[in-house]
Ligand binder design. Sequence first.
Ligand SMILES: [Zn+2]
Length: 411
Amino acid sequence: MTVTQQASAHGTERGLPRLSRTEMKAVGQVRKRGPLSRTAIAELLDTSRASVTSIVGNLMEMNVLTEVGHGKSDGGRRPRLLDINAGLGFIAGVDIGATSVDLALADFRGEILERRSDVADVRTAPDQLLNTINDMVSEMLNQHGADDSHLLGIGMGVPGPVHFPTGVLIRPPLMPAWEGFPIKDFLRDRFPNARPVVDNDVNIMALGEASVGGGVGLDNFFYIKIGTGIGCGIIVDGEIYRGSDGCAGDVGHICVDYNGPICHCGNAGCLEFMAAGPAMAEKARLAAKNGEGKLLAKALKDKDGQLTSVDVGEAAAAGDQAANKIIEESGRMIGGVLAGLVNFYNPKAIFIGGGVSNIGHQFLSTIRQATLRRATALSTRSLQIDYSKLGSDAGVHGAIWLAIENTFALA
Ligand SMILES: [Zn+2]
C-alpha cells in the first residue's frame, strides 16, 4: 500500500482519526521521545502496562502508531518499539520572511521529503502570496504521488504579531495588508483535510531548534532572531511560551539608551533600532562616507551604495577597524539585554539565528562576553550561547513540528 493510500484508507472524512485525551498523551510522548516501548510509555503516562497495551492497540489500528523494531532487553524478551506512522499523511511547513519564503513537505515524523525556497515580497496582498505558496505545496504533493486532499497539516510562520488562537495578524508593521486576513480559512479552502496553524516566525524558529536543533533535550532556552528586527522565542518546560496575548518575546523594543534615536515604534533607543541589521548597515555606510573604514568604502562602491550586515562582517574579518567597532557595539547592546533576560529567566541555552547570525564568529563572541559579564554567576554557570544549529532551516522545521502537534491536538 502506498503512503497516500494508507492515509486515505485509515483517515476519517477530515483526514485523521479522532483521538481520546489519553491517546493524545501517548502520541505526544512518542513524538517527543520515540521510538518507545509499551513499558516506557506506561512509565511516562504513569499508568498500567495493561491500559497502555489497549491504548497502543487502538492507535495501531487507527494507523497512528507503528512498530519499528526491537529495543534493548533488560533480562526478558527484547521489547517492540513504537513510533509515529510516518505514512499517515503529508505535512507542509512554511516560513514567510520579509523578502523570501521557505517551504518543506514532510511526513508525520517530521522528516523533510522536499524543500523549496523562493523570493517573496511580504508587502503584496495576502491572497496573492498565499496562492503562490499553495501552488508550490501542491507541486510538492504531486511530486510525491499525492494531491491537495492528502495534506493533513500545514504550519506557517509569519514576520509579525499573531493572535495565536485565530491565526490572524494584529497590526503587522512589515505586512499591513495582512491585518485581520483569515489565513487559516484561505489555506483550508485549498487543502480541505489540512489543519492549519499560524504563528510568529520567531516562535516557529524556536520550535525548530527545540525539535531537531541545538535545543533537543533542553527544557528551557531562548531562540533570538537578529535580522531586520530582533525577537525572542521562549521555550519553557519544553513548550513555547506565547504569553497572554501571543506577543511574548518582543525584546526588540527594550530600551538600551533613553537618549537614543526614535524607533519606528515611537520610543527612544530601542534595541533593534540601534543594534539590528539595518542599524549596522547604516553605521557602515556613514563610516565609509567619513573615510573611517577603507574596506567598507570599497564594499559601498562595489555594491552601488547598498551595504548589509554581512558586508560589515566580511570587512571586519578582513581587518577593517570601523567594521569591527560596529559589530562590537551591536554585540554589546544585545548581550546587555540578554544578560537581563538571563537573570530573569535562567535559561540553559541561547541560540542566535536570523540574517545577522551569518556575519561571523566575532559577533557571537562579543554577545557572549557582554552577556556573561553582566548576568549573575549562578545563572550563567552552565549557560550555553551559540548560533542556531539549523540556520535558515529552523523556521520550516518548527512549522512542521507545530503543524504535526496541532493536527494531533485537534484530532
Ligand atoms: Zn521600538
